[in-house]
Write a protein of this length. Sequence first.
Lengths: 110, 119
Amino acid sequence: QSALTQPASVSGSPGQSITISCTGTSSDVGSYNLVSWYQQPPGKAPKLIFYEVSRRPSGVSNRFSGSKSGNTASLTISGLQAEDEADYYCCSHARTNTFVFGGGTRLTVL
Amino acid sequence: QVQLVQSGAEVKKPGASVKVSCKASGYSFTSNGISWVRQAPGQGLEWMGWINVYNGYTNYAQKFQGRVTMTPDTSTSIAYMELRSLRSDDTAVYYCARESRSGSYFDYWGQGTLVTVSS
């Protein structure tokens, strides 16, 4: 099972919007609306920020939104803030009841 | 509140085994599965496998089959992950993560356990 494809890095200025893509295949992202996203600040454990493509857990800012089209899922962060700086990982359910993560995207707030 | 607390850092020699624990609290231990995810230094997250804590059913990533064993101790609410025949590229932070009731995402994570494999 190959990792999902994410850009290695994205950056934006405070107040701007950025989008992180997550491309898989018809065996994972394309087959299931079971994509989740995790935020990982440096040196810390990942934290769930989206599940089932576009569902946001309580406590997560509504500046974050998720979507999916075909084999690609996307995470959009609007109104960038310094505290958003972290690594972001997508994850998809895959066939044979397994999971596959993306390679991760480092978000830098300029 | 839900908490997953993992055992401390380990240093192992190549060829040895390591067993990492993950103590759950704040919920009914048998109601959710536990997955294990690892992260090599400077690298991304890698899913290793999952255990149904209620019945002990496991599903391991193909890469780790034959080398990993995940077990639950329902009397103490602790999940274990044992990795055998350690190699230097097994050096990583190992996380346990609680799966949602739907089994489609990881809603709580342990703090991570650093396993260093070095001669």
